[in-house]
Ligand binder design. Structure first.
Ligand code: SF4
Length: 351
C-alpha cells in the first residue's frame, strides 16, 4: 500500500495539470474551485473560477455582493442552488468566523453547499488534515483497483468505497494524495478506454489484471427523464420588455425569465390560450420560434417563444425593463442562448 501511495504521489507531482487554484491552495480558493467544478468540466469551470476570483478576490468581497450579482456571474453553469449556497456560505464565514474558513472537517461541513466531499477537499488541501475525498473520479479508481462490481449507488458499496479510500489515504500528504487520485481518474483512469499501461497503480489494479476496467464501476439504471413544455411571452413596447423572477421551488430559482406558461403537452399555444394564460387581451402575435431542446440533468425543456404586442401596463406582477438592461439580469442559459440567436422581433440573427 505504501509503495502505491508513493507511486501515485510521484506520478501526480510530475504530471499534474497546471490549474490556477493549485498555485494558491488557500481555503477560499480551494472552496471556490471545488464548488464551481461540481458537475462541471474543468475546461468550462476554469473561466468561471477566474472571473469569480477577479470580481471577488476574498470571501469578504463575495459575502458583500448582492445575490443577483453572484447569479449573473454564475450564468450558464447550471445548478443555480450551488451559487446561492456559495453566497450564503461566504456570508456565514464572514459573520461567524471573521472571514477565516474554519479549519475542521465538521465545521466546514456545516457551511451551506459543503458536503462530505467538499469538506474533505478543503480540510486536506488547505489545512493538511487527513480526510479522504470521494467523488466520481475516486469512485472509478477505487472500484477498479479493488475489482468491485456491485452497484455504486448501494449504501453498502458506497461505505466500502469510503473505507477503502480512507485506508489508501497518505496521512503525510493528504492534500496531494486526494488531488492525485482525482487527477488519475480525470486523465488516465477515464470512463472509456483507460490508459492502464501508463498508470502508476497498474501493478496492483484488479480491473487491469482481470480486463474488467471498461465495465467498472457498475451503475444502476438511469432515472426516467422528465419532458417540460415552456411558452415564453416576449412582449416589447417602446424598447421595454416584461420579465419575472423565478421562485425558489423549481429549476433556475432566483433567475429572471420572460412571462411563462408551462403546459403538460407539446405543441404551440393559440392566441386565445396565450391571452387567457397571461391574462392580457388585445394581443397580437407576430412571430413564434421554437428553441432547441434544452437538456438538464433530469429534465428536457422544450420552449416556444412568442413575440407579441399587447399593452405592457396590464402586465401586473412583472418587472418592466429596457432591452439593454435585460442583459444585466441573471438569465437561464436557455433564454440567453435564444437572445444570442434571435433579435428582439424574433428574426434569426446572422453570426
Ligand atoms: Fe484505472 Fe487502469 Fe490504473 Fe486500474 S490500471 S487504476 S483501471 S488506469
Amino acid at each position: 500500500m505504501t509503495a502505491s501511495r508513493t507511486a501515485l504521489r510521484n506520478w501526480y507531482l510530475e504530471n499534474k495539470r497546471d490549474l490556477p487554484w493549485r498555485d494558491d491552495p488557500s481555503a477560499y480558493k480551494t472552496w471556490l474551485s471545488e464548488i464551481i467544478l461540481q458537475q462541471t468540466r474543468v475546461a468550462q469551470g476554469l473561466d468561471y473560477y477566474l472571473r469569480f476570483v477577479e470580481q471577488f478576490p476574498s470571501v469578504e468581497h463575495l459575502a458583500a455582493a448582492h445575490e443577483d450579482q453572484v447569479l449573473k456571474l454564475w450564468q450558464g453553469l447550471g445548478y443555480y442552488s450551488r451559487a446561492r449556497n456559495l453566497h450564503a456560505a461566504a456570508k456565514r464565514v464572514v459573520e461567524a468566523y471573521e472571514g477565516h474558513f474554519p479549519d475542521s472537517y465538521e465545521a466546514l461541513l456545516s457551511l451551506k453547499g459543503v458536503g462530505p466531499y467538499t469538506a474533505a477537499a478543503i480540510a486536506s488541501i488547505a489545512f493538511g488534515l487527513p480526510h479522504a475525498v470521494v467523488d466520481g473520479n475516486v469512485i472509478r479508481v477505487i472500484t477498479r483497483l479493488h475489482g468491485i462490481e456491485a452497484a455504486v449507488e448501494l449504501g453498502q458499496t458506497a461505505r466500502e468505497i469510503q473505507r477503502l479510500a480512507d485506508d489508501f489515504l497518505d496521512h503525510h500528504h493528504p492534500g496531494d494524495h486526494n488531488q492525485a487520485i482525482m487527477e488519475l481518474g480525470a486523465t488516465l483512469c477515464t470512463p472509456r478506454s483507460p490508459h492502464c499501461p501508463a498508470c502508476p497503480l497498474n501493478n496492483t489494479c484488479m480491473a487491469f489484471k482481470n480486463g474488467t476496467a471498461e465495465r467498472i464501476p457498475v451503475k444502476r439504471k438511469k432515472v426516467k427523464r422528465r419532458a417540460r413544455y415552456f411558452h415564453y411571452l416576449i412582449g416589447i413596447e417602446s424598447g421595454k420588455v416584461a420579465i419575472q423572477r423565478r421562485d425558489t421551488n423549481d429549476i433556475w430559482a432566483g433567475l429572471y425569465e420572460f412571462p411563462l406558461i408551462e403546459t403538460e403537452n407539446k405543441g404551440m399555444l393559440s392566441k386565445d390560450a396565450l391571452e387567457a394564460g397571461f391574462n392580457v387581451d388585445q394581443m397580437q402575435v407576430h412571430r413564434v420560434n421554437a428553441g432547441p431542446k434544452h437538456v438538464l440533468s433530469h429534465q428536457d425543456i422544450f420552449a416556444h417563444f412568442y413575440h407579441a404586442s399587447f399593452p405592457l401596463v396590464k402586465t401586473a406582477g412583472y418587472r418592466i425593463v429596457s432591452l439593454e438592461e435585460l442583459h444585466t439580469f441573471a438569465l437561464p442559459r436557455l433564454i440567453d442562448r435564444y437572445l444570442e440567436n434571435y433579435d428582439s422581433n424574433g428574426g434569426k440573427k446572422r453570426h
